[in-house]
Ligand binder design. Structure first.
Ligand code: HEC
Ligand SMILES: [Cu+2]
Length: 247
């Protein structure tokens, strides 16, 4: 049994709502995009952790989800945890939810937001506090796996890095001269995430290269441009490198 503990709109304020015992709840930011989920774990001194389409939360304690949208109205709803809240561009709302035990819950955008609305799925994992802290700490360490795969990293810097962040990716490899205003999911831990395309397919071995080739067929109209101009070998190389990215 999971319950909605408290929900209240807040302004842009980052001040956590107090708990009855005077402490503060864990804060996780969720930002809706056409058609994927950006998840941010704020950290003043430790550093912010950013991921996408997989929400890891501590079980057995309240969590304040600060929600908003980057484009159109979406809605944040984890049915098993209750509550449902519109995500409105330019407006920040906090919804307090608690998972009383560890588990995996499905969630989906609950407000029609365009062509791929039904493929805007969110994988939610509630884990013990210890496991949550260990995951965050691992994500805060710069990924050592950036060594090797030189060709892939070169190609990523040229064709992908303008839209996709990877922790510790060398700035000198990034070509951001391609003019665009579209942000893609952070890929720093893509090798450990369960799905691709916000739930369109499982992220098993070889799946990233497959997604890169066929994403406009798998998820028509999604905001990532097709990569027909890149040969299959380059896409395979990039996919193999991205698979190594995990905390
Ligand atoms: C113009 C911006 C843009 C460029 C350039 C771009 N992407 Fe994307 N990418 C996106 C967007 C937007 C999505 C989300 C699509 C969706 O799920 O609706 C995405 C999704 C992805 C995903 C799935 C992520 C997930 O969490 O499911 C991967 C992997 C990916 N891109 C890799 C790449 C690679 C590799 C390149 C370069 C060859 C690239 N992208 C180039 C915008 C871009
Ligand atoms: Cu939607």
């Amino acid at each position: 049994m999971l319950l909605l503990v408290f929900a209240a709109p807040t302004g842009r304020s980052m001040i956590p709502l107090p708990l009855p015992d005077g402490g503060s709840a864990e804060v996780i930011e969720v930002i809706g995009h056409q058609w994927w989920w950006e998840i941010r774990y704020p950290g003043d001194e430790e550093g912010e952790v950013v991921t996408a389409n997989r929400l890891v939360m501590p079980a057995g304690e309240p969590v304040d989800f600060r929600i908003t949208s980057a484009d159109v109205i979406h809605a944040f709803w984890i049915p098993r945890l209750g509550g449902k809240r519109d995500m409105v561009p330019g407006r920040h709302t906090t919804i307090r939810l608690e998972a009383d035990a560890p588990g995996v819950f499905g969630a989906q955008c609950a407000e029609f937001c365009g062509a791929q609305h039904t493929n805007m799925l969110l994988h939610v994992e509630a884990v013990e506090r210890e496991e949550y802290d260990a995951w965050l700490a691992a994500r805060r360490t710069a990924p050592a796996q950036l060594a090797g795969h030189d060709d892939a990293r070169e190609a990523f810097g040229e064709h992908c890095a303008a839209c996709h962040r990877v922790d510790g990716f060398p700035a000198e490899l990034i070509h951001d001269d391609v003019a665009h205003d579209i942000l893609g999911p952070d890929l720093s831990d893509i090798g450990s995430r369960p799905t691709l395309g916000s739930g369109v397919m499982a992220r098993e071995e070889g799946a990233i290269a497959y997604w890169l080739q066929f994403h406009q067929t798998l998820k028509p109209g999604n905001r990532m441009p097709p990569h027909n101009h890149l040969d299959n070998e380059t896409l395979q190389d990039i996919g193999a490198w991205l698979e190594t990215l995990q905390p």
